[in-house]
Design a protein around this ligand. Structure first.
Ligand code: ZN
Length: 206
């Protein structure tokens, strides 16, 4: 479930968007640790497709460390997905999409079909009109850019402050996660390049 504050903020966001002809729709909101774990394990075991950095499907036939790094391009390590916080959402503009359209959540789609919506979103964020921010931007960290992923700042900030590597490690060790040895050997690298670098930068506020 989204936190109540995030839910309310999204409703306000929708009201504002509607004035400009947009209809924001959440494609993916809250996702549990268990759900993220299932996605992870299905990717590791080849039950769910994995993609290279250009979005091309790959075989899982590669060294385990490389497999882990490839999956991390597109999927968060369980326990580090911001969707687990209930503060982050993947959003499309239903007003621009044909009926029964299946969202792809790709860069092409964000700049194409949903281009006008993203331009408006840019202006909202830049002018400080929105309490949502984009997280997975080009040039930061190693996660493939996701312009559709929005984070409700006031609530996500609390989650970021409470997040610790120790808790994560404990959680992973107590789970059935595949590639655990590779994950634990590289946990600091994973956190630096896939998690902490996307936390809100507070220094410019001072
Ligand atoms: Zn997302």
């Amino acid at each position: 479930m989204l936190t109540p504050e995030t839910h309310c903020a999204f409703e306000d966001f929708c009201d504002e968007a509607k004035k400009h002809g947009f209809e924001p729709k959440i494609e993916s909101g809250y996702r549990s640790f268990e759900r993220q774990l299932l996605i992870w394990n299905e990717k590791v075991s080849g039950k769910r497709k994995i993609l290279d950095k250009n979005g091309k499907p790959l075989s899982i036939d590669m060294p385990k460390l490389e497999l882990m790094k490839t999956i991390l391009l597109w999927s968060a390590l369980p326990g580090t997905s911001r969707h687990e916080w209930g503060t982050d959402i993947d959003v499309i503009d239903a007003a621009a999409a044909p009926k029964d359209y299946e969202a792809e959540l790709t860069i092409e789609e964000s700049f194409g079909l949903f281009g006008e919506f993203h331009k408006w979103l840019d202006s909202q964020i830049e002018s400080g009109n929105s309490s949502f921010r984009r997280v997975f931007l080009p040039g930061i960290g190693m996660v493939h850019p996701e312009p559709w992923h929005l984070s409700y700042v006031p609530e996500a900030r609390k989650m970021e402050q409470n997040f610790t590597a120790e808790n994560l490690e404990e959680r992973l060790k107590n789970s059935e996660i595949l590639l655990l040895p590779q994950i634990l050997d590289n946990l600091e690298w994973i956190l630096d390049n896939h998690v902490f670098c996307y936390f809100e930068k507070l220094d410019f506020l001072h």
